[in-house]
Design a binder for this molecule. Structure first.
Ligand code: DGL
Length: 306
C-alpha cells in the first residue's frame, strides 16, 4: 500500500451509521494546495470518484510554500483547511507535499474530518527502478523535512536517491509556463545529472510537477519512468471515505449528475492562472472565486511576511 504512512488518524465524533443516506455523505471534499499543483490530484480524484462534489482552494497569493518557513506553512495549511471545513467539506486532501511534510499531524489534530496527505512516491519508485538509482524532484522544504527523511531512510538500503530541490519550477507552473526555453533549461539542469548517474526513475515529489511531464519527457525521452502519485492519492481518499461511511450516494439522474459535477474553485490571488490551467489541462471552463483567508501570520490578502 503506497500510502500506509498517510492513513488519517480521524475518528468520527458521531456515529455515522451504515445507511447510504447518512448525513454528510453528499457533502463536498475539500482539496487544497499552495497553488495550482493540486489540480493534478483533483484530476485523479474526479476520475476515481465521479460522484463526489469537490471544492478546490489554491493559496496562490502565498505560493510557493517551498520558499517559506515551517511555521508559515503550518499556519496557512490550518487556516485553509479550517476554511474548507467551514464550507461544509466532509473530508480534506492536502494536495501539497510541502504542506503535508510540515503540518499534516497538527492539521489532523485540529479538525474533525478525515485529512488525507500526500508524499513523494519513494516506495513505488524503489519497487520500479531497475538500475536502483532514483531521482527525486521536490521542494527544498519537503526534502529537508523529517517526514521525508524517514520515508527515504526506509528504502535507502538497496536504492540510491538523488535528491534535487526544484527551485523555480512551482513559480513556472503558477504562471502557466510549461514549456518556455527558460523552464526547459532549468529542468535540463536538474534532470541531466540524474541521467548521467544512471537513474531510470524520477519521483515527481510536488503536485505541481506532473504538469511538467511533457517538458521532462522532451529532455529524458523514455530513459526515465516518472512516478506521479495522484491516482494513489485518489484511491487512498476512496478508502478513507469508505471506511468512515462518507462516500457520496451515486446520482441516478444524469442531468442532475452533470449539474453538480463541476468542482468549485477558489483562489487567494486573482485566480486567473487557476482558471487558465483548469481550462487548458483539465478541460474545465469554470469561474474562480477570489477568497480572503486570514491566518495568524497573514492578516489580509496583501500581507506578505516572507
Ligand atoms: N504543490 C506543492 C507541493 O506539492 C508546491 C509547494 C510550493 O508551493 O512550493 O509541494
Amino acid at each position: 500500500m503506497p500510502f500506509d504512512a498517510l492513513r488519517s488518524s480521524y475518528s468520527p465524533a458521531v456515529d455515522v451509521g451504515a445507511s447510504p443516506e447518512k448525513p454528510g455523505s453528499n457533502a463536498p471534499i475539500g482539496i487544497f494546495d499552495s497553488g495550482l499543483g493540486g489540480l493534478s490530484v483533483l484530476r485523479a480524484v474526479r476520475a476515481t470518484l465521479p460522484d463526489e462534489r469537490l471544492i478546490y482552494a489554491a493559496d496562490s497569493l502565498y505560493a510557493p510554500y517551498g520558499e517559506r518557513d515551517d511555521d508559515f506553512i503550518a499556519d496557512r495549511t490550518l487556516a485553509i483547511c479550517e476554511w474548507l471545513v467551514s464550507q461544509g467539506a466532509k473530508a480534506l486532501v492536502v494536495a501539497c507535499n510541502t504542506a503535508t511534510s510540515q503540518s499534516i499531524a497538527q492539521t489532523r489534530e485540529r479538525l474533525a474530518v478525515p485529512v488525507i496527505g500526500v508524499e513523494p512516491g519513494i516506495k513505488p519508485a524503489a519497487i520500479t527502478s531497475q538500475t536502483r538509482v532514483v531521482g527525486v524532484l521536490a521542494t527544498a522544504v519537503t526534502l529537508r523535512s523529517a517526514r521525508f527523511q524517514a520515508l527515504a531512510e526506509r528504502h535507502t538500503a538497496d536504492c540510491r536517491f538523488i535528491l534535487q530541490p526544484g527551485h523555480g519550477l512551482v513559480q513556472a507552473v503558477e504562471r502557466c509556463d510549461l514549456d518556455s526555453p527558460e523552464l526547459l533549461g532549468l529542468l535540463r539542469s536538474y534532470v541531466e545529472p540524474m541521467l548521467d548517474a544512471n537513474a531510470d526513475t524520477l519521483v515527481l515529489g510536488c503536485t505541481h510537477y506532473p504538469f511538467l511531464d511533457e517538458a521532462i519527457r522532451s529532455i529524458a525521452g523514455d530513459r526515465l519512468t516518472l512516478v506521479d502519485t495522484s491516482v494513489a492519492i485518489a484511491r487512498q481518499l476512496e478508502r478513507q471515505l469508505d471506511s468512515f461511511g462518507l462516500r457520496a450516494v451515486p446520482r441516478l439522474d444524469q442531468a442532475q449528475a452533470q449539474a453538480v459535477e463541476l468542482p468549485r474553485f477558489y483562489s487567494t490571488s486573482d485566480g486567473q492562472a487557476l482558471r487558465q490551467l483548469a481550462a487548458s489541462l483539465l478541460g474545465l471552463d469554470v469561474a474562480v472565486e477570489h477568497v480572503v483567508i486570514p491566518s495568524r501570520r497573514t492578516v489580509g490578502p496583501e500581507s506578505d511576511p516572507a
